[in-house]
Design a protein around this ligand. Sequence first.
Ligand SMILES: *[C@@H]1O[C@H](CO)[C@@H](O)[C@H](O)[C@H]1NC(C)=O
Ligand SMILES: *[C@@H]1O[C@H](CO)[C@@H](O)[C@H](O)[C@H]1NC(C)=O
Length: 823
Amino acid sequence: MIILLPTAVLSLVWVAASSNIDLVNPLIGNTGPEPNFAGGMIPSVAPPFGMTRWVAQTHQNYVSRLPYNYSDSEIIHGFVGTHQPAIWMGESGMVGVVPGLSSSTDGKVKARFEERGLRKRVGSEKFGVSLYEVELETDGGGNIDVAMTATSRVGHFRFTFKTDAAWHPYILLQSSRPSELFHSTPTASHFNISYPDGWTSIFPEQNRICGYNSEMQDWVIAPVSSMQDVENKQRDGRGHGGFKGWFCAIFDREFDGYGVTQGSEQRDRALEGLGEEVGAFARFEYPSDQEELVVDVRIAVSFISMEQALVNLEEEVPQGTPLETTEQITRAAWEEKLDRIEVEGGKLEDRRVLMTSAFHALQYPYEQHEYGKYYSAYDDEVHDGESYNGYSIWDTYRAEWGFLLLFAPERIPGMIQSMLQDYKEGGWLPMWKNIVETNIMIATHADSLITEAVLKGFEGGFDVDLAWEAVWKDATVPPEKDWEVKYEDREEGVDYEVRAGLSSSYADPKKGWVDDDIHSESVSRTLGYAYDDHALSLLSAHLNKSPSVTSLLHERSMRAPWLVWNSDATSVDDYVNEEDKIRFNGMTKGFVQGRNVDGSWADPTSGFTEGDKWAYSFDIVHDIPGLIEKRGGKEAFVQSLNEHYDGGWDWFGNEPSHHIPYLYTMAGRPDLTQHRVREIARANYNDTPQGLSGNEDCGQMSAWYIFGALGFYPVNPVSKEFVIGSPFFDKLTLHLPSPEPDASPFYDAQRQAYTLTVEKQGDPEAIYVKSVAVNGEEVDLYGGNPIIRWEDIYHGGNIVFEMSNTPVFAVSDDTAGIVHEEL
Ligand SMILES: *[C@@H]1O[C@H](CO)[C@@H](O)[C@H](O)[C@H]1NC(C)=O
Ligand SMILES: *[C@@H]1O[C@H](CO)[C@@H](O)[C@H](O)[C@H]1NC(C)=O
């Protein structure tokens, strides 16, 4: 034992120094010139998939604004446990923790956001995945030092007051606050302040403060039928009915005074408060023999009850747990995930972007269950089971879900079961679930998530019959009032949007497009529904459903995209400047375009979701050969991709652009994919707070980077195929978890994981690929089958890219003459 000790110490030091956690920069993607050009990521502490994320508060948060903005963070207004999943979504059930000082003359507690801010000491702020630290300057001349960590349902703080004894330290727990609600109409959008109810109760004998608020900003866009149960119960127009974000905070010191605040009023020695802008505070005394006062606070949250918050507290951070222990538990949870990645070579900055991408991608969807139970806002009841929240499915079906299937398979059954519970409790699978369904974005891509999971072997993990029932409803049952309601983005007072326009699309079986003069986003919907039908045709075949069902879905999926394809449309009128008009000269022919009820073409700019005719014309991922043909063959198709990029039509920060660079490879020009993917990675990702060019969207931006780094991308997520790109690092290894022993030659029994390695040979600076071998067998990269299969990687594997400094193309290729100007 004694002999082993130095080795143990040494190895500890070595592990700490080499941990991937140190490569994570939680500030990446926090800010940007405006919300649409920012990642909108909150630099929070929480474990992977954690229910509540804790962050220093610089702003009151709401749709379009985060609780922390690094560009504007000199003043810290306390700390929040947040459930805001993304910048364009609302907050639900937040809780605020605010340290402060009263002067001994007036005893004032500063509760309001505007008055309670403290300046952070320059250089004192430290961000980590499991620990945040800052020193706050006070009027009293001293500091309040803060250390913050968190488990999934418990925030753990240490406040060290180092101030003049004339000042009296307190900690305020904010239950309810003024809350901005975002209302959007086709012509304008505006904010309207609301005042959700809150409640607080102080238990001085137990050193405890509990409370709740009913804040749920996105209730304004919840489907009307999902609100009915809630309305029957107790909706009061100020919050979402029965929903409550509960909390219980326990302090490790006796209170030396306490009270309740309401707005700017203060009631010392009051034990309870109810209503708008409610808070409760506890005061503390400096130990007589010391110059510092240290207060440890553990704050549990619950969506179920105060009692449940106390259960969560004892489960995760039992009494007496030092902050260091809590921090180590969360750190270990991240290490368990991030140390499954080994990266060699590349720039340090790029390795940091990669590891932070994994850190982002492993936060969503997040836990909403609390030890065997969960609160459902769909029926306003507590149920048994596991539940998840933060489903941005229109974004995440592309690559984020594929990453989770590979890298966090243990979570998949629970995440799908959660979607099926939403179906049982609300009648539909989620589109964008932020506690409630929000109808944000379009199409029923839960169909894709479920299909991809079943085809990739997760069938046993959830109720597949129920899943089929739910997806079949998506494909066949239109929403309420489908002929009247436009289902605009964020339209209020409407029901579940699901496949809006399904009624009119198939009113005549020969039709199949969503009418632009009835519905918003008609082209994007038509294409999205076609893709979902494609996914379901594969699922139907896999589950041995009736052949007529499979062929109906297949037929719809292959026909609908071409109904909105206008072969005569060109790009010539898209350019404002004459020079570009002449330069491209209507080069690209054939674009998607909306159609009206009578079959006529709609305005070419109408009918798109976060994109335009350019991006969406490439968004027919299940029929790329058909698309290449419509664009006039491979050469014309490659030209059209060049025009897409060189003509300035790509907006990579929006998801419909994500797969586009890989289409070059599918048209016989892998060299151009290799070039573009590297260019896109450089232009849209970096190791700074401005390091994401577009919204993270619950992991999708980051999942793109991870697949980019691996050198392959899921262009059609349900195909089980990945299109080959150009790997970023000399060697990237993923240890894919699998607790069951396996005969795969790539199974690592010690790690209980499959080993997947991607290696580059040749000049590490080279971006072009000469050849690719998967498990020793060469891939037909330049001969028309540039694919890596799920079967090649999910039980581990070895992929070797031989790199080249110059572009490579097949001699016989009819597109070989096309060069991209900037090459
Ligand atoms: C953060 O603050 C900066 C500076 O005020 C502002 O430009 C930006 O829009 C804010 N929000 C985000 C998400 O970047
Ligand atoms: C703002 O909210 C109040 C209720 O809180 C409501 O009476 C008023 O109509 C709302 N105003 C707008 C413009 O939505």
